[in-house]
Design a binder for this molecule. Structure first.
Ligand code: NAD
Length: 260
């Protein structure tokens, strides 16, 4: 379905981004991976995409906190693939603290990576998408783009910002073949969430298994984690022609979290 299309997935060296990258590749898209990590592991992930799915896979080490590096990553992908048809803005980080204790540096960095990078990436891909009259921009927001939790000021502010920015981009491209939507996952068992499970287990002196159940029970009525594969399949659907008139939506995949 996506043969001949090229996709950038930010923050795709692990977790949700990697799950989405592999599903887009399985659908035939060439892939530009991005994110941090061990160089040998990243190269293995890149090669596996090429051999498993017979597509081209490249890797960009661009830091999503640096606007000039985001623009360079998009320019490199356009040069290598001839176009960027799909942009998945996924890179994100977390920090938990009460507002009065929240380190200013963490606030600035989370806003830069989780929100401003979505703006700069979108700005860089739109001219090419408009020229070809086709594009898919998929922003990985969060249940925290729709509702809040204590101790997550920067993350919740950034993700609510992403949901708003998604609507603006959808309106500005409404009459074109471009769509911009947000996916709002609940808990997904990735390194980002594992850190929160570890902290909960340590704080309450309970086992990791008990902490997992507690974390889910507090927010996610299904008591099941959403999986990167489920999010990848939704991203592929959003790239389909069937989804061509879904514009500016924020789609929860959260086991009922935001239905409460
Ligand atoms: P993760 O920690 O497994 O992966 C984050 C990815 O972002 C990694 O590839 C990392 O290298 C990359 N990254 C971090 N800082 C970067 C930077 N400055 N520049 C480029 N890449 C950078 O996390 P995840 O859980 O897969 O999260 C992915 C996205 O999904 C995030 O935006 C997160 O907010 C969102 N999300 C996650 C959950 C969840 O439960 N895990 C729920 C809702 C939303």
């Amino acid at each position: 379905m996506l043969k001949g299309k090229a996709a950038i997935i930010t923050g795709s060296t692990s977790g949700i981004g990697l799950g989405i990258a592999r599903k887009l590749a399985a659908a035939g898209a060439d892939i530009m991976l991005n994110g941090f990590g061990d160089a040998t592991e990243i190269e293995a992930v890149r090669q596996a995409i090429e051999t498993d799915f017979g597509v081209k896979a490249l890797y960009s080490p661009a830091d999503m906190g640096k606007p000039d590096q985001i623009a360079a990553m998009v320019a490199n992908a356009e040069q290598a693939f001839g176009a960027v048809d799909i942009l998945v803005n996924n890179a994100g980080i977390q920090h938990t603290a009460l507002v009065e204790n929240f380190p200013a540096e963490r606030w600035e960095t989370i806003i830069a990576i989780n929100l401003s990078a979505v703006f700069y990436g979108t700005q860089a891909v739109l001219p090419g998408m408009k020229a070809r009259n086709w594009g898919r921009i998929i922003n990985i927001a969060s249940a925290h783009g729709l509702v809040a939790s204590a101790q997550k000021a920067a993350y919740v502010a950034a993700k609510h910002g992403v949901v708003g920015l998604t609507k603006v981009v959808a309106l500005e491209t409404a009459e074109s073949g471009i769509t911009c939507n947000a996916i709002c996952p609940g808990w997904v068992l990735t390194p980002l969430v594992q850190k929160q499970i570890d902290a909960l287990a340590a704080r309450e002196n309970i086992s990791l298994a008990e902490a997992q159940v507690k974390l889910l029970s507090e927010k996610q009525p299904s008591r099941q984690f959403t999986t990167p594969d489920q999010l990848g399949d939704l991203a592929v659907f959003l790239c389909s022609e069937a989804a061509g008139n879904i514009k500016g939506a924020s789609l929860p995949v959260d086991g009922g979290w935001t239905a409460q």
